[in-house]
Design a protein around this ligand. Structure first.
Ligand SMILES: [Zn+2]
Length: 168
């Protein structure tokens, strides 16, 4: 699926996922706080002066209206200690698909939207080869509306263009 970029005028192929390497809070930690915290590929445990916080990496998907495809943000969601322990315990267990959704706060502010930090969400664990789905609670926030109603291909391209051209 090639398309012409409005930033550089070149053709780009496909739509890359927009992924965040850590929950936004990670960037605000002091060196000392970071030293007593852990950031892995799929898990993050923070111990800061404000307390203990647990996060897992998931995928927030938006349906694309004209295509039978999903646009994906790689995001972090917070979990309670109990949910986090369940998540870790079942990480390699195929039966994890039977888990009920865990309550989560969206823990990244996504580009192209009004602040999305701490939107209410649920985190649905999926099959072993998939990261959990982050599903926002129905709300008037544009990201929640987009997840329920879908976005146009044009909008999806506009969302990825800044990521393809980080300097401009
Ligand atoms: Zn471009």
């Amino acid at each position: 699926m090639e398309w012409v970029c409005s930033r550089c005028g070149e053709r780009h192929e496909g739509l890359p996922d927009l992924a965040y390497d850590a929950p936004d809070y990670w960037a605000q930690l002091t060196e000392e706080e970071r030293a007593q915290s852990v950031l892995e590929e799929d898990l993050c445990r923070v111990r800061s002066v404000e307390g203990s916080f647990l996060y897992v990496r998931g995928v927030l998907e938006l349906p694309i209206l004209e295509a039978d495809e999903l646009f994906a943000f790689g995001v972090w969601g917070s979990l309670s200690e109990r949910s986090f322990e369940r998540f870790v315990q079942l990480f390699d267990d195929p039966r994890r698909v039977d888990e009920p959704p865990y309550f989560s706060w969206l823990s990244n502010s996504l580009g192209g939207y009004p602040d999305t930090l701490n939107l209410r969400a649920s985190l649905q664990v999926r099959a072993l080869d998939l990261r959990p789905a982050v599903v926002l609670e129905p709300a008037p926030h544009p990201l929640s509306v987009d997840q329920r109603e879908g976005i146009t291909l044009e909008r999806a391209r506009a969302l990825v263009e800044p990521a393809l051209h980080p300097s401009g």
